[in-house]
Design a protein around this ligand. Sequence first.
Ligand code: NDP
Ligand code: HSE
Length: 441
Amino acid sequence: MKVINVGLLGLGTVGGGTANVLNRNAQQISRRVGCEVRVHIASVRDIGAPRICETKSFELTQDPYEVVNDPSVDIVVELIGGETLSKELILAAISNGKHIVTANKALIAMHGTEIFAAAADKNVSVLYESAVAGGISIIKSIREGLAGNDISLVAGIINGTTNFILTEMRDKGRSFEDVLAEAQELGYAEADPTFDIEGIDAAHKLTILAAIAFGTPLQFEKVYTEGISSLHLQDVAYARELGYQIKHLGIAKALEDGIELRVHPTLVPEKRLIANVDGVMNAVLVKGDAVGNTLHYGAGAGAEPTASAVVADILDIARALNLSEDSKNAPINVPALAFEAQSIKERKVMQPKEFRSAYYLRVDVNDVPGVMSQLSTVFAEYGISIEGITQKEPAKGELKVSVIFLTQRTQEGLIDDAIEKIQGMPDVLDKVTRIRVEHLD
Ligand code: NDP
Ligand code: HSE
């Protein structure tokens, strides 16, 4: 039986998980692809560090170029992360004619165009299923399963760490720091967890999803990005009382006059499935003109869920190599970004003030007569329709009350202008809290 040799760059959470899955499921795998797929060599930074996988059956090195330059390696799997060394290694591997699998969303979002062009020149594949939403096959679903559709919306929970943090804080009252530390221990968080907390990781993933859904370039710099660090638990509780959950969503919307690319905490009605996706789980809603709404659900991070997607990519390449007459050269015949490279087109990306959404606003005011009517006057002045108002009773001995407004869909520029005016009012005590509301219907 033919043997396909895998070289792993990195043997941490995902690398170790990948070695374990390839090893444990070796028989199933060879039945699926008609050849043997095995780890031949792996590189690590610290050769003495403990591993989650056995390392006796392959060579272990501290020099990643040994992997990239090894003539026996057919597929190089990059699981180091970051954008510098990983990019150099991938480009070197491509120039050596190796096929690539990577889980590195930052690298694909920022340098994918260059990497895919280099791969096309050398007639090799670069697959990255595990880069978005962990174990969910969302890249394959959009790129292949939904290829007949005109896609108008991709929206979802695409960062496991933030969803895990929000769920644990809401359900168990745990502190942010405590849950983040657990997410790091479980291997969910990025090497720099601010990427998770501040929405950068989700923005990398949204960059990729938007490109493959709309046939637009990878354009991370145009994604509006807000994380969860400024979210108050008080708003999570108030949203719940109103029949919503607050989820950190990535949203890519195609509209007549452009596309919206945004990542931020969002109120989602409790009756939507996405509102009930908790813990490290991810879910991505894709709306196509033919299929309607589809929802893709599964673990968004962690060693083996991510390895599941990494191994699927390895097997796609192994199968192609096994069937090919030319044992080294068998690219996957699906465009890297779902659309033929020459047909990728720019579309206007909407500025935040042009976004259209409904809004949750919390205004903390002095409990004195006339305040409500002043607030209502401002909303009326900007043409903002209010769907509902709730006033929270002041704490004992306090005069401050929180007033919650749910608006109808309106333009963000109008909301921001109204907020600016409201914040100048003498009885408004703190910064107004503004969270977008998406009905996802
Ligand atoms: P880890 O930190 O667990 O593993 C990184 C691996 O790369 C380690 O084996 C480390 O070696 C090695 N490494 C790090 N820096 C260097 C370096 N400078 N030179 C050589 N080797 C180096 O990361 P993860 O496995 O969590 O993540 C890997 C990639 O997968 C990232 O791109 C991440 O964004 C992505 N990803 C992660 C998911 C997850 O759930 N963790 C899910 C989806 C994608 P050593 O072990 O010796 O330190
Ligand atoms: N840090 C990422 C997350 C890993 O929590 O979603 C999976 O991409």
